[in-house]
Ligand binder design. Structure first.
Ligand code: CS2
Length: 489
C-alpha cells in the first residue's frame, strides 16, 4: 500500500475541516497528547467551533513531526480492546515542529496573542524539579544555561522566557495547562516558572512576575487514558482498516477521563463536549488517579517484569500479582483518598482491573516501569505517611520500591531479566553505582542519601529497612517469595 493518509483521501472515517486558527500551543507531541487532549479538542470544535487548533511542539524527536507534515497533520487514534479496533482522526493540529531545531520559535509562539492556552505533556521528568531540594533544579546544566540567556531548552525555561516576552508584547491573558501525572500540576508548574523568573535580576523579571499575577492562570488537571507506544503491528492494522498508510497512529484504551479546574485566563474550548469534567475537586481526582491507578500500575509493572512477563495484562493475569494489586489498592491506597463527588470508588477499582487486563492493548511492563525515580515520588510518599499515621505498615508500597530497585539497579549477580533491562530511568546510573552492597545499603542510598522520593520518606527508617529486606529476599529467594512475604505480613 503506497498511498498515505492525507486530506482528500477517501477514508472510512470522517475527517474534520482544517481548524480556522490555532489557539493552543502544545509542548510534548507524544502519543498521550494525541490520544487525549487532541481528541477532546476535536469534540469541542465539532460542538462549538472556535479557533482552537493546536500547534504541536516535539522536544527533540523528528519522527512524529516529519510524518505529520507529510500527512497534512492527520493521524489516527486506534481505540483498542478485545472487542476490536475503531479509528478516529482528530485532525486538530495546524502545524508542528521540533523545539530543538527552532528553540526561539517556542518563545515567540508563547508570546503570540492568538495563542491563549499552552498545554503540556512533558512527563514527570520534564519539569526540572528536584525531589531532593524540592524546588527548581537550578543545578541542572540545561536550566542553568536557560537562566543565563539564549533560546531556552528546558520546558520551564521555555515557559518563563515565553511569558516574559508575552508580558513585554502587551500581556494578553493565557492559561498554562499541565496534563502530566503530577499532584497539583497547575500550581506545581506555576511555582517552577516563578522560581525560574525569581532567579533572574529584578530588572529582568519584575514585569513578567506582575503579568503572571494579573493575566496568567495555571489550572490543574487530572488526565487519564492508557496509551501504549505504537508498534509496527498496530501501524499495519491501522493501514488495513484505513486503506491508506498512517505512519504515526496512536493506540489507546476505550476509557478516557479529564478533570480540569475552570480557570482559563484567555478562554478555552468546550472540552466538556468530549466528556471533560470541569470541577473544583481536581485535587481529589488527582489523588485518586495517581495513587489507585498509577501507584498500583507501578507495582504491577515491576512485579511483572521480575516475573519475566512483557505486558501489564500478562502480569495482572498472574494470581499473586493480582492479589498484590488488590491488597495495595484496598489496604494502602484507598484509605489515602477521598472520592470526588459522583465518583464510586468500588466501580472505579473494578474498571481498573478490566483496564489493566486489556490484552489487546499490550501495554508493556518496561514502559510503565520506566522513569520510576520521578514517577514514584508522586505516587508513594503521601500514602506511606498516611499508613504510618493510621498505625499500619505499607508492606506493598515497600514491595513496589524494592521491586523497582531490583529492576533498575540490580545488585551484582542478580539478573532482573530483559523487561527490567529495557526500562529507562534518569537515576539508573547513579543507582547502579551504589548497587553492589546489599539490599539495606541500596535502599538507604536511594531513599535516604539520594532522597529519590523526597525528604519525608528519607526519615522513615522502618520503611527504608523493610525495602532493604525485601530487596534481599528478591535477590536471594526470588520475587515470588517477596510477594508471598508481603501479602502475609
Ligand atoms: C502509567 C501511566 O507509565 C505509567 O507510569 O501508570 O502512563 C498510565 O498509563 C496513565 O497515567 C493512564 O492514564
Amino acid at each position: 500500500m503506497s498511498a498515505i493518509l492525507r486530506r482528500g483521501a477517501s477514508l472510512p472515517t470522517a475527517v474534520p475541516a482544517v481548524p480556522s486558527g490555532a489557539g493552543i500551543l502544545h509542548l510534548g507531541l507524544g502519543s498521550f497528547h494525541r490520544a487525549h487532549q487532541a481528541v477532546y479538542t476535536a469534540a469541542a470544535m465539532r460542538a462549538e467551533g472556535g479557533d482552537w487548533g493546536i500547534v504541536g511542539v516535539a522536544s527533540r524527536s523528528r519522527r512524529v513531526v516529519d510524518a505529520l507534515h507529510a500527512q497534512d497533520h492527520l493521524y489516527s487514534v486506534a481505540t483498542v480492546s478485545p472487542a476490536g479496533t475503531t479509528l478516529d482522526i482528530p485532525g486538530v493540529h495546524t502545524d508542528s515542529y521540533v523545539a530543538a531545531d527552532d528553540p526561539a520559535r517556542v518563545v515567540s509562539d508563547l508570546a503570540d496573542p492568538r495563542i491563549r492556552i499552552a498545554t503540556l505533556t512533558v512527563t514527570e521528568n520534564g519539569y526540572s524539579y528536584s525531589n531532593a531540594t524540592q524546588r527548581l533544579d537550578v543545578a541542572d546544566p540545561i536550566v542553568a544555561a536557560d537562566l543565563r540567556g539564549g533560546a531556552p531548552r528546558s520546558t520551564i525555561g521555555q515557559l518563563a522566557r515565553g511569558l516574559q516576552r508575552r508580558a513585554a508584547a502587551g500581556g494578553e491573558p493565557i492559561a498554562i495547562l499541565s496534563c502530566d501525572n503530577l499532584l497539583s500540576n497547575g500550581s506545581h508548574t506555576e511555582k517552577l516558572v516563578r522560581a525560574f523568573l525569581q532567579e533572574l535580576p529584578d530588572a529582568e523579571s519584575a514585569e513578567a512576575l506582575a503579568y503572571l499575577d494579573r493575566a496568567v492562570t495555571f489550572p490543574s488537571s487530572m488526565v487519564d487514558r492508557i496509551v501504549p507506544s505504537t508498534t509496527p503491528e498496530l501501524t499495519d492494522r491501522v493501514a488495513a482498516l484505513l486503506g491508506v498508510r498512517d505512519e504515526v497512529p496512536v493506540p489507546a484504551e476505550p476509557f478516557t477521563m479529564w478533570a480540569i479546574e475552570d480557570r482559563f485566563a484567555g478562554g478555552r474550548p468546550a472540552w466538556e463536549a468530549g466528556g471533560a469534567v470541569f470541577t473544583d475537586e481536581v485535587g481529589a481526582y488527582e489523588l485518586l488517579k495517581v495513587r489507585l491507578l498509577n501507584g498500583t500500575h507501578s507495582l504491577i509493572a515491576y512485579l511483572g517484569a521480575l516475573r519475566g512477563v512483557p505486558t501489564i495484562p500478562d502480569a495482572i493475569a498472574l494470581t499473586d500479582v493480582e492479589a498484590a494489586a488488590s491488597a495495595i489498592l484496598r489496604n494502602e491506597y484507598e484509605p489515602s483518598v477521598t472520592a470526588p463527588r459522583g465518583v464510586d470508588i468500588a466501580a472505579y477499582e473494578r474498571d481498573l482491573f478490566a483496564r489493566w487486563g486489556n490484552s489487546a492493548l499490550g501495554h508493556r511492563t518496561s514502559q510503565v516501569g520506566s522513569d520510576g525515580s520521578v514517577k514514584l515520588g508522586q505516587r508513594i510518599p503521601g500514602p506511606v505517611a498516611q499508613a504510618f499515621e493510621r498505625g499500619e505498615f505499607p508492606h506493598l508500597i515497600a514491595l513496589t520500591v524494592a521491586a523497582y530497585l531490583a529492576c533498575i539497579a540490580p545488585p551484582a549477580g542478580f539478573d532482573p531479566g530483559p523487561h527490567a533491562a529495557a526500562m529507562t530511568d534518569p537515576a539508573r546510573e547513579r543507582l547502579t553505582a551504589v548497587a553492589t552492597r546489599g539490599g539495606r545499603d541500596l535502599a538507604a542510598r536511594a531513599i535516604v542519601e539520594l532522597q529519590l522520593f523526597g525528604e519525608d520518606l528519607a526519615h522513615r527508617t522502618a520503611f527504608v529497612d523493610r525495602v532493604g529486606d525485601l530487596l534481599d529476599t528478591i535477590v536471594e529467594r526470588g520475587i515470588d517469595s517477596a510477594i508471598a512475604e508481603s501479602l502475609s505480613a
